[in-house]
Design a protein around this ligand. Structure first.
Ligand SMILES: *Cc1c(COP(=O)(O)O)cnc(C)c1O
Length: 300
């Protein structure tokens, strides 16, 4: 089935034509190419959630997101492809289905949109709120914002299967941390996993620890997994959804000179952090560095 195919996600080698980057083989795992709308890590996170819906013979997925959410669009598109229904609960009661292109497209794909206040949205993960949604929509699987649940993490863990055996360093963006948790729960022990949170003042390790508990349960394994994480906390460019001219011209440079399209919310910030870090390392023995392109090109 087209929906479960990742063959378009190639490993692109980037040639850095400057000695300042040291001895490095730089590869980009192009998960953005999996599908134009079910793109990147959102595809990874939805895969087993969709399979679960099919297995349980439910009608579809009910999930949550902001007006520009890549996850809402990915869910709408994946459910459409799989012949399932979808409901998107959107943050902001003043919005409507034609407030922006993202929401328009979600609704075109058959997603039923429900707009709720920011206060109500903030309570979405509380037990009573979850129970109310479940009661109202018993034939839908509830999936948290960003697709960050157990099944989402399992889907991201699988990325390792498509990477070379020897990866010294892997760079990835962090929103909910589900992608980085999946990666931290797999791969070789010696691989350093570099995370770049796009939120300002974000406690990466604490957030990962919380999410890994729903996945690994065993404390020792969690701490071991977290021991491989390197956090780069200073590349959020002011916070979520913020950017400046420097980032925009960096993104333009990458598209024109390196044939690498990046978005300004997630992947642009990560690749900026990666190149900055490489310059400071001056590796003399050859290192394989992988940048996981998590997608996001539709909205940014
Ligand atoms: C959602 C998203 C992320 C964040 O991933 P998490 O698993 O929530 O940490 C990163 N990159 C892109 C392009 C995204 O759309």
């Amino acid at each position: 089935m087209e929906l479960f195919d990742t063959s378009k996600s190639i490993l692109q080698e980037i040639k850095l034509n400057s000695p300042e980057f040291g001895n490095v083989r730089l590869l980009v795992k192009r998960d953005d190419l999996i599908h134009p709308e079910v793109s990147g890590n959102k595809w990874r996170k939805l895969k087993y959630n969709i399979e679960l819906v099919q297995f349980q013979k439910k009608d579809g997925i009910l999930t949550f997101g902001g007006a520009y959410s890549n996850h809402l669009l990915a869910t709408a598109s994946a459910c459409h492809l799989a012949g399932l229904k979808s409901i998107g609960v959107v943050r902001g009661e003043e919005l409507h289905a034609s407030s922006n292109e993202n929401l328009k497209r979600c609704s075109e794909l058959g997603m039923e949109l429900k707009f709720i206040s920011r206060e109500k949205y903030d309570e979405r993960n509380e037990k009573t709120a979850q129970e109310t949604w479940k009661e109202e929509y018993p034939f839908y699987l509830l999936v948290p914002e960003g697709g960050s649940n157990y099944y989402g993490i399992v889907g991201c863990q699988e990325i390792w299967k498509e990477l070379p055996d020897e990866v010294d360093h892997l760079f990835v963006a962090q929103g909910t941390t589900a992608t980085s948790c999946g990666l931290a729960a797999g791969g070789k022990e010696s691989t350093r996993i570099h995370v770049v949170p796009v939120l300002k003042g974000f406690n990466s390790l604490a957030e990962m620890r919380k999410l890994l508990f729903s996945f690994l349960v065993d404390e020792e394994t969690i701490e071991e997994s977290l021991g491989r994480i390197v956090v780069h906390p200073d590349y959020h460019f002011g916070g979520y959804g913020k950017w400046n001219d420097e980032l925009l011209s960096f993104i333009r440079h990458c598209r024109e000179e390196l044939d690498l399209p990046l978005d300004k919310i997630y992947t642009g910030k990560v690749f900026y952090a990666l190149l900055g870090w490489l310059k400071n390392q001056q590796f003399t023995t050859l290192q394989t560095v992988v940048f996981l392109h998590t997608g996001g090109l539709m909205n940014g």
